[in-house]
Design a protein around this ligand. Structure first.
Ligand SMILES: O=C[C@H](O)[C@H](O)[C@H](O)COP(=O)(O)O
Length: 285
């Protein structure tokens, strides 16, 4: 690993640990465990705190994926399903990209369906984003440092789809995957099918591209597509910059055959960032 990659990995770990330290205590009874590489660091800290008596001995952890379930089961902390404990105190999860309102793209690991179910059942959802690049300038600007140095990056940090260019993950039932793909291609950047229901837009286009770029996610080390923990497929839909994530999420979710969309609009209340320089930043909404 290069030294720059090591620094980023270190800051990602620090951000994950700080998020746990700040949000998990003896009052937390039910904790949602996100998925991905960053969450491994967060869960490592949770296990330490459990061993040190800093969290409840009878803490219940709700997994958001097969990966999270395995982590919990190996830890000795009680693992339970969401339908047993539908009221979660705090969930901590990773993120692929986060904008200045803490809207996020998630699902780089195809886990966003269960992640969103657990996040929405949580009194508080916290995102830890290891990949700070889209946000660096904004945060530095906020604390009034390096304002000039990072001015060029600020514009880019405003919109989802700027740094995470793999597209928005859309989980679809296999039966309708081609139909959904065609429907996404027909979404127009200027459309607001919800205006008749009173869903307002800011008058700007919904996303950048005239026509989205959509492809089915292919598996690695297996021929064929990625199959999710729910037995479904993933379409990665690249819209370019996303100007209105709330509306795009609604538009995608109304397509029959879509199970869940990796846009988390207005879900996270707090985000922790591991910065490129090894420091950690936090933002609340
Ligand atoms: O499906 C995967 C999840 O949404 C992850 O939380 C997200 O992709 C971030 O993953 P990582 O922590 O590996 O960057």
């Amino acid at each position: 690993m290069s030294s720059k990659a090591q620094i980023i990995e270190h800051s990602k770990r620090e951000a994950a640990r700080a998020a746990v330290d700040k949000n998990v205590n003896l009052d937390v009874k039910v904790f949602g465990v996100g998925s991905g590489s960053t969450i491994v660091y967060a869960f490592e800290r949770l296990v330490e705190m459990h061993q040190q008596g800093l969290v409840r001995k009878d803490l219940i952890c709700i997994p958001t994926s097969y990966q999270a379930r395995t982590l919990i089961q190996k830890s000795g902390i009680r693992c339970a399903d969401l339908d047993e404990f539908p009221n979660v105190d705090v969930t901590i999860d990773g993120g692929d990209e986060v904008d200045h309102n803490l809207n996020a793209i998630k699902g780089g690991g195809a886990a966003h369906m269960r992640e969103k179910a657990v996040a929405k059942a949580s009194a508080k959802m916290v995102i830890v984003a290891g990949k700070i690049i889209p946000f660096v300038s904004f945060l530095f600007h906020e604390i009034n440092m390096y304002r000039l140095c990072f001015t060029d990056f600020r514009k880019n940090s405003e919109f989802l789809g700027t740094q995470w260019t793999n597209g928005v993950p859309v989980e679809v039932i296999p039966f309708a995957s081609e139909v959904v793909l065609q429907a996404i291609l027909k979404l127009s950047p200027k459309s607001n099918p919800f205006s008749k229901f009173g869903v307002q837009t800011d008058g700007k286009d919904m996303f950048e591209f005239d026509v989205p770029k959509v492809e089915m996610r292919a598996a690695v080390k297996k021929a064929g597509p990625v199959v999710t923990d729910n037995g479904n497929l993933i379409l990665d839909a690249n819209f370019g910059k996303i100007y209105n994530p709330q509306l795009l999420e609604l538009c995608l979710k109304q397509i029959t055959g879509v199970v869940e969309v990796g846009l988390f609009s207005g879900v996270a209340k707090e985000a922790w960032f591991g910065n490129e320089d090894g420091t950690v930043s936090v933002k609340h909404v």
